[in-house]
Design a protein around this ligand. Structure first.
Ligand code: PEP
Ligand code: SO3
Length: 286
């Protein structure tokens, strides 16, 4: 029923950039295609109940790659509800992980082995390794990433501090990203918190510090393994327009999942020209 509705539309409407497979965002993405060479979307779930969660995945699950149960919300759920959410997320082919702050709390409490054991036992298939609130040495950070990989988890790391006014040092980001990838992280996320304001790339009003973005772009030539936290619409629009429809975006509020996908496809006014830009880029490349 769902795919019938979508296939009833002209393919070019759903996929204005469909000239070549590398730019193709197929109308009905299958779970096994997730994580493969196109812009990934990480949604932050701050405590949806089962009905809202089921609705989200039924409506927009095809456009989500990774689901983060934000901060330390995971241990606060009734256990059956948590297990059901994790199970349903995995059935939709998603990476499902607790917030990085929960791992940071485990580090603080010297309970890392129990943390990994519990995360695996509950059925999570991913973790976020971050030091947004605590300090981690390079060695500790790599060890946590490796432990995640050893535990059979998909590992996403996060660069940046949560403290208001924290700034991104492009050199440090590049160094951290390299070391994280080498340790086994699949993606390095750039911190913007759930608010998207006053942290890293974004100023107190949530506007992009374009000089910071420029310095990152100069030092990291390839964003295929970088994910930008961008919870606000203006941030998503800017990154899509600057870095292309396949930029990886995270901390997307559940209710914005489908609208983000319209923007990736040039089906909303703000990014209407994206399909055209991609065609031009393609002509330039071939
Ligand atoms: C929401 C965030 O915190 P956490 O990883 O703890 O969920 C974040 O770091 O973007
Ligand atoms: O705690 S948050 O908003 O990353």
């Amino acid at each position: 029923m769902r795919s019938d509705t979508r296939t009833a539309w002209p393919a070019s409407l759903l996929d204005p950039s469909s000239m070549r497979e590398m730019f193709c965002r197929t109308a009905c993405r299958q779970p096994q295609q997730k994580m493969a060479g196109r812009g990934q979307t990480m949604v932050i779930d701050k405590g949806l109940g089962m009905h809202a969660f089921t609705d989200l995945l039924e409506t927009a699950g095809s456009y989500i790659d990774c689901l983060k149960l934000g901060f330390g919300t995971a241990p606060l759920y009734p256990i059956d509800l948590l297990l059901n959410k994790i199970e349903l997320a995995k059935r939709h082919g998603l990476i499902v992980m607790p917030g990085g702050t929960l791992l940071e709390a485990a580090v603080q409490q010297e309970a890392v082995p129990a943390f990994f054991e519990t995360v695996c036992r509950l059925g999570f298939n991913g973790i976020e390794v971050s030091d947004g609130t605590i300090e981690l040495s390079r060695q500790q950070r790599s060890a946590l990433i490796r432990e995640g990989v050893r535990s059979g988890l998909r590992v996403v790391s996060e660069y940046g501090k949560k403290l208001s006014g924290s700034i991104i040092e492009a050199d440090e980001l590049a160094f951290t990203a390299d070391a994280d990838w080498n340790a086994g992280a699949e993606l390095v996320t750039i911190e913007a918190r759930e608010s998207g304001k006053g942290v890293g790339l974004f100023d107190e009003d949530g506007e992009c510090r374009e000089d910071v973005l420029d310095s990152i772009c100069r030092i990291i030539p390839d964003f295929s393994r970088i994910m930008w936290e961008a919870p606000l619409k203006n941030q998503q629009v800017l990154l899509l327009c600057m870095l292309g429809a396949n930029v990886h975006l995270g901390n997307i509020p559940p209710s914005d999942t489908l609208t983000l996908e319209t923007m990736r496809r040039g089906l909303r006014s703000d990014t209407f020209s994206l399909g055209k830009q991609q065609e031009e880029l393609l002509h330039y490349m071939i």
